[in-house]
Design a binder for this molecule. Sequence first.
Ligand code: NAD
Length: 505
Amino acid sequence: MHSFAPDTVELDRRSFVDGNFLENKGAPIEVHRPSDGKIAAVFHEADEGVVDHAVTAAKEALKRSGWATAAPRQRAAVMRRWAALVEKHSLAMAQLESVCSSRPIAETLERDVPVAIELLRFYGECADKTSGEVFETPRDVWSLTLHEPYGVVAAISPWNVPLLLATAKFAPALAAGNAVVLKPSELTPFSALRMAALAVEAGLPHGLFNVLVGTGQHTGSALVRHPGVSYVTFTGSTRTGAAVMTDAAHHGMKPVSLELGGKSPQLVFADAPDLGRVAEMVASSITRNSGQICFCGSRLVVQRDVAQNLLERIVDRVKTARPGPTWSEATTLPPLISMPQAERAQRIVDQARAAGGELVCGGQRFMDGKAVFFEPTVITNVQPGSEVLRDEVFGPVLTVQTFDNYEEGLALAAHPLYGLSAGIHTSDIDKALAAAQSVEAGVVWVNAYGRSDDIVSPFGGFKQSGFGKDFGVAAFEKYRRARNVWIRLGQPRAAAEAAHAEIAK
Ligand code: NAD
């Protein structure tokens, strides 16, 4: 019922700056639809002049509008109206999100758009429900922290879940009183552009939310380096995160928060409460978005006694994934974002096989017209240290390793570089809690796997998976800096000094 014809979706090809769409003059970029390989749009990228225009507009909007200084409840009201408008346009927004990405329409409609709407509401409500502190001091002194916005926040987001991950940045940053210049992925900028237009319609003052289309190398880097930017929030690969952090360090020592890659384990003990459910979670974790998810549970670490049983169930389930275009409601295995991405996944799987890895299922990319897919792949007997165990494949590829005891399981679950998320499956509460505290991951799911639609819980990794949280109140607070104000009172001072002298004796 919600399948749609992709050519009917109108795409904007310009940046959105200071409340208006703006033609860019930089290099042309072709945006291909992953589901049929067609060129959906050609846009010119925002060059340094447009980046400067956007940051300057953001700074001036902060001065002009009183966004940071007026009653926070006014920000909440704008965010609520914005949410209502997005809700009104949910179907159009879901199509816009699906058409050039790897996100199937069923998921954008049921999940990505509703969660984006909730993010606007949730962070709008944070605007007047968080506060500073008053510290314990002598009676004649008040020591306070005032929490205040940074100013202009540069937000950079990836292509894999474009709307939701971008909203998880600009909604809290704006609600916290900042202005935002967002650079979404050049592959998927369309839903963010529509969000910016709806924000203005909802009453967000011009210039507070700007969206720049362009590549990371040019537009993204120029944005991070711009002297008017006070904070950088990034989601993407670990390699790009390092470049962003370096640019931020060398151009104003700006604070950064980084949501980066992962290689997450699913640690399954023999006493897992329900192997059927575990199989379902493991299978959907690798097939959802065809494995193009940062927290994809791509390493199955399973206790030997139940390994064969679980594996059979997982294979049965992954085989039910239905490849198809993102605009078909039936699709549960969407295309990979690009041919180079598919070639990389193929190379990693081929190398694992050449080194002795055994395929239980899948192993091949395949084409449907110009769309490239990857078969859900389960591979055992992988060599320790091999690329398939070490690096994100960003395809539906699951490795399987077995263990005999708790310590061995935890050792296999550990990753030398990443620490984004982990799943632990056991019916023994002591074991679950011990493992949840030991495994090095910023997010641990017990007898569950994957982010729910819940916004309350913070999400973010350890080690090379980054630092700083998206989601939760933590994400609102990270867009505010703390100023300590120490106030010495005049009147009671003499009395207080006399009392202090008494204590000092
Ligand atoms: P990417 O690192 O290639 O690009 C991310 C964004 O950074 C894009 O907008 C890109 O244009 C921009 N960029 C690239 N080079 C830049 C530079 N030098 N300066 C500034 N910006 C630059 O990542 P991707 O391929 O778009 O996304 C996939 C990656 O994102 C995976 O590694 C995935 O694990 C990660 N990711 C992490 C999370 C998380 O919450 N931890 C969520 C989603 C995706």
